[in-house]
Write a protein that binds this ligand. Structure first.
Ligand code: XIL
Length: 345
């Protein structure tokens, strides 16, 4: 009777607030070799789902707020800063003994309209950039150990700087300035340049390396390169050698947003069945082994807790099921493969 009542209340709660109640499986946590951390992207709105939150805290040792620190969320109106959602994720993470990565201070996406509609002078744009970085990093000083200061500044085709409002307003120096302002704002935070598609040899990696080499040569305070690691079933030619080229610049290397997408049907399930999941597990292991083999690689972050909440199906129609747990929070082969590979197995 009591049980039935509780179940009834739980079901009602699920329908009332729109948050599904899912149970967290008993998983053994990722324990990466050396001084590395293993993290996961978390969304503030999903923390009410106890299964989601419990699983994340059990499996991972670090957190990246998935959207809560982006410009549209932290400065939705000019000069009005909002940190409630980000604070929620950061406080939750810290109360579970997890470290927090900040993502991202300067990016061409997820900016508020007021910002992208501006036509500021160069001077004014520099002041805006400085205010934002100073205010956001200042708010989280001592609670966020590492920041993606500039995200995706390099274009894919030529490896040149991408055409963004910041490039138009300030010129190429905006990247240098962002890092210098970040160092000023929180001298103890590790500062990261973050990008996608730069895990393997090619024009993109060459462009990212060129940018980073220039930053180092000019004495710009950049500590690490973040490789997002959004991959599919493609090969990653020259993967190990590319990681070594970043490390040779004296930078730490981080995997910051890993997911491995596979073809899915209308129901979101992999069309390749178990073979696809085994292949996916192998790709997670390859990325994790690349990190563990490199002393400079200090962190490995998965972009979401489970397949139901992943950004992939929306961003890549026809693909999905990209995370180590399925939409019912059940462990997939990828999780065990990731755990073994990160442990150095
Ligand atoms: C994605 C989030 O996962 C989505 O929830 C959001 O709608 C769009 O952005 N590269 C990045 C991340 O640096 O910030 C992006 O995150 C995924 C690609």
């Amino acid at each position: 009777m009591v049980v039935a009542l509780l179940v009834g209340v739980a079901a009602l709660r699920g329908t009332l607030d729109g948050v599904p109640d899912r149970d967290a499986p008993a998983v053994s946590p990722l324990r990466p070799a050396g001084d590395r951390y293993a993290g996961v992207a978390i969304r503030a709105d999903l923390l009410d789902d106890e299964g989601y939150a419990e699983l994340a805290a059990r499996a991972y040792g670090a957190v990246t707020p998935e959207n809560e620190l982006k410009w549209e969320r932290t400065q939705p109106e000019r000069g009005r800063y909002t940190f409630d959602d980000a604070d929620r994720v950061v406080d939750w993470a810290r109360s579970h003994g997890m470290r927090v990565r900040g993502h991202a201070l300067v990016w061409h996406l997820q900016n508020p309209r007021w910002l992208t509609d501006l036509r500021p002078s160069r001077r004014r744009a520099i002041a805006l950039l400085r205010d934002h970085i100073r205010t956001v990093m200042g708010h989280f000083r001592g609670r966020i150990h590492e920041w993606d200061v500039v995200n995706e500044a390099v274009e894919d085709d030529r490896g040149a700087l991408r055409d963004t409002p910041w490039l138009r307003w300030i010129g190429p120096e905006y990247v240098d300035l962002a890092f210098r302002f970040a160092r000023e704002a929180d001298p103890r935070a590790r500062l990261v340049y973050n990008d996608y598609g730069a895990e393997q040899e090619g024009t993109k990696a060459d462009g990212v390396l060129r940018l980073l080499r220039g930053l180092k040569a000019r004495g710009v305070p950049v500590d690490a390169v973040g490789l997002q690691g959004h991959v599919s079933t493609e090969r990653l030619p020259g993967f190990t050698a590319t990681l070594e080229r970043y490390a040779a610049l004296g930078l730490d290397v981080l995997f910051t947003e890993v997911d491995v997408r596979v073809p899915v049907g209308g129901d979101g399930a992999p069309t390749g069945g178990e073979a696809a999941l085994a292949d996916q597990a192998g790709r997670y292991a390859t990325l994790a082994r690349g990190c563990v083999a490199l002393p400079a690689c200090k962190g490995f972050v998965v972009w979401g807790v489970d397949d139901a909440d992943s950004w992939v199906p929306e961003a890549y129609p026809g693909e999905g099921a990209a995370l180590p747990f399925d939409g019912d929070l059940r462990e997939k082969p990828a999780y065990g493969a990731l755990r073994d590979a990160l442990a150095g197995g």
